[in-house]
Design a protein. Structure first.
Length: 248
């Protein structure tokens, strides 16, 4: 997309989507609050941005607004700013990984696990054995002992791989590719995953917080930031959720 230098070029410089990271420097306008309201209010994204950098137990924020008002552009700008300061930011594209006609909070908890594992892999964070065991064994059915993932959940990994193995994290990430596909397209598997989380929610939350804490320690106190996009596209809720799991 090129900047419009004449009136005739304006239609070519418009698109029905948020500004991406590579477009922000050229096209982002930081006075939009004044344009929208007639007064120079500070954007609410600034409060979220500052809160992301303050050590705390847990933070969860809802960024509300009608479709097209600029939520995604503001979140993309905030993400770039945080990354420039050394924070690990991961944007979950819910429209790609969920059936947005039938989402529940449990689905987000599953995607949070994938996001934190991805961040850990990205920065080379060695998650402790207890955390890896919890995540690796979570989808087992009762009485199973033979593998870290099971085909019951659509996540079979060949061979015996322990939590201490170098390839264990990569195996988990590979397994979550199948999990996300099932969340979106398989009603049977989606029901299974939701039932597992509902039955063992404290165990899953323990694993999520352990991963977040260890990532924060690896990043010298800078907490991971997870952004959930596209939730305003579903027929149930008209909002966008941004979730952070900082160290406790």
């Amino acid at each position: 997309m090129k900047f419009a230098d004449t009136i005739l070029n304006i239609p070519n410089a418009c698109k029905p989507g948020p500004l991406k990271a590579e477009e922000l420097e050229q096209f982002y306008y930081d006075k939009t609050m004044y344009v929208r309201t007639g007064d120079a209010y500070i954007s609410p994204i600034e409060d979220i941005y500052e809160a992301c950098k303050m050590p705390s137990g847990q933070n969860t924020f809802l960024l509300l607004g009608h479709r097209g008002c600029g939520k995604s552009t503001e979140l993309n700008d905030m993400s770039c700013r945080l990354q420039e300061e050394g924070y690990q930011v991961f944007t979950v594209q819910c429209g790609m990984d969920l059936d947005l006609n039938n989402p529940i909070y449990v689905d987000l908890l599953i995607l949070m696990g994938d996001a934190l594992l991805t961040i850990a892999d990205r920065i080379g964070c060695c998650l402790d054995d207890m955390t890896m065991d919890v995540v690796g064994n979570f989808w087992k059915t009762e009485g199973e002992q033979s593998s870290i993932m099971t085909d019951t959940a659509g996540m079979e990994v060949e061979g015996e791989i322990s939590a201490k193995s170098p390839g264990f994290l990569a195996s988990l990430l590979q397994a979550f590719v199948k999990v996300k596909a099932d969340l979106k397209f398989s009603e049977e598997k989606r029901t299974y995953y939701r039932r597992q989380i509902a039955r063992r929610s404290s165990e899953w939350m323990f694993a999520l917080n352990k991963m977040a804490n260890q990532i924060t320690e690896e990043m010298n106190g800078k907490q991971p930031v997870l952004i959930f996009e596209d939730l305003d596209s579903n027929r149930i809720s008209q909002h966008r959720i941004r979730l952070s799991l900082p160290a406790s």
